[in-house]
Design a protein around this ligand. Structure first.
Ligand SMILES: [Zn+2]
Ligand SMILES: [Zn+2]
Length: 361
């Protein structure tokens, strides 16, 4: 019987497809890489050839410089290309702009490496498409039943309600610079917030790229170079770390919000100093992870990173062969826990605050 191991193996750089001669989201420089999306834990510089969507290649160039790899190969969603002995096709992952799942077909055996993904509607990127396969490689960032993300539009509604209630206070939203920041802005626009939104300089290039790629974000202005009075009642988006440093002190009595799936956990919200925690995640929650595995009809599941054990257990109960890969090095940027102390940083096991500190909804 064929299995994922005929197509994929693990080496020091991560997932390797031997019949194709390439790695997927390698963690160290390799000759040939397929990159699922632009977050820095998946998209690293220094590879020979990088194949990815046009958007992901552009994001890598913005973040790592034009010389981030030897040569680039842009693949459109749904376009099948031969690589070594395998056929490769990218499908939308619904995670951030340009994010893709990688379908590898080898002698009729189908493996899908999903990268990071979500099922919830997102106005800033193409929607996730479940792809039927024999083996499915999934993340497990929020793979505990305690993680059920509420609709993001409702969370942004809380933010706008607070802005209406406290018109003299700036509202400072910590959101990861690729994906989350643009999604919060786009959702605020959908909810009717049409005033200029102020952005931290670190978001400028990526926001402009999203707009150029056809994702309207409305009027954006730099958050710096203004006097305090002019900042009252403004919506301000910045990287999570900026809410804690000297940069934030320019704002008058700011309401500090933080947009992350981890905000589901009260202890995490406290650690982040978030007065207004917004449960907005670009990762699938527990229900969506389980549903996706069933949708793929895969008989075999590999779990790359996050809360792997619970998902592997769930697969076993549902008659699906599963194994945890314990890939170290993913989950470091987006949706990482926004805490200053290392004890509370990302990629945790099911720690006390996640597993036991919060009643299931
Ligand atoms: Zn990601
Ligand atoms: Zn990731």
């Amino acid at each position: 019987m064929r299995s994922a191991e005929d197509v994929l193996s693990l080496d020091a750089a991560g997932l390797y497809c031997k019949p194709g001669g390439f790695h997927v989201d390698p963690m160290r420089p390799v000759a040939r890489a397929i990159v699922t999306h632009g977050h820095s834990d998946h998209a690293r510089p220094g590879h020979g050839v990088v194949a990815a969507t046009e958007e992901t290649l552009a994001i890598m160039a913005i973040r790592c410089g034009e010389g981030f790899c030897g040569s680039r190969r842009a693949l459109a969603y749904g376009e099948t290309v031969r690589v070594g002995e395998v056929d490769v096709t990218l499908f939308p992952a619904g995670h951030v702009l340009g994010s893709a799942q990688v379908l590898i077909e080898w002698r009729g055996f189908r493996v899908v490496i999903s990268g990071d993904y979500k099922r919830e509607r997102d106005p800033t990127c193409a929607a996730f498409e479940p792809v039927r396969c024999d083996a499915f490689v999934t993340e497990a960032t929020f793979a505990l039943p305690v993680f059920r993300h509420p609709p993001a539009a409702g969370e942004v509604g809380k933010l706008l309600a607070s802005l209406a209630l406290f018109p003299e206070r700036a509202h400072l939203v910590g959101a990861y610079s690729l994906g989350k920041a643009q999604r919060v802005i786009a959702l605020a626009r959908e909810a009717g917030h049409d005033a200029p939104i102020l952005i931290h300089g670190a978001l400028d290039k990526l926001c402009r790229f999203y707009e150029a790629a056809g994702v309207p974000l409305g009027p954006l202005e730099p958050a710096t170079g203004r006097n305090k009075a002019d900042l009252a009642g403004k919506l301000v988006i910045c990287p999570p770390s900026a809410t804690r440093d000297a940069w934030a002190r320019r704002f008058p009595d700011p309401v500090t919000a933080f947009a992350s799936g981890w905000m589901r956990i009260r202890a995490r919200a406290r650690q982040a100093g978030a007065e207004l925690p917004l449960v907005i995640s670009d990762h699938a929650d527990w229900d969506d992870l389980c549903e996706t595995i069933l949708d793929t009809e895969a008989e075999e599941v590999w779990v790359t990173h996050g809360q792997e054990e619970a998902l592997v257990h769930w697969c076993g109960e549902n008659g699906i062969r599963a194994r945890p890969l314990h890939l170290i090095g993913y989950g470091e940027e987006e949706d990482a826990a926004p805490a200053a102390d290392p004890a509370a940083s990302p990629a945790p096991g099911p720690d006390a605050s996640a597993a036991g500190g919060e009643p299931a909804p």
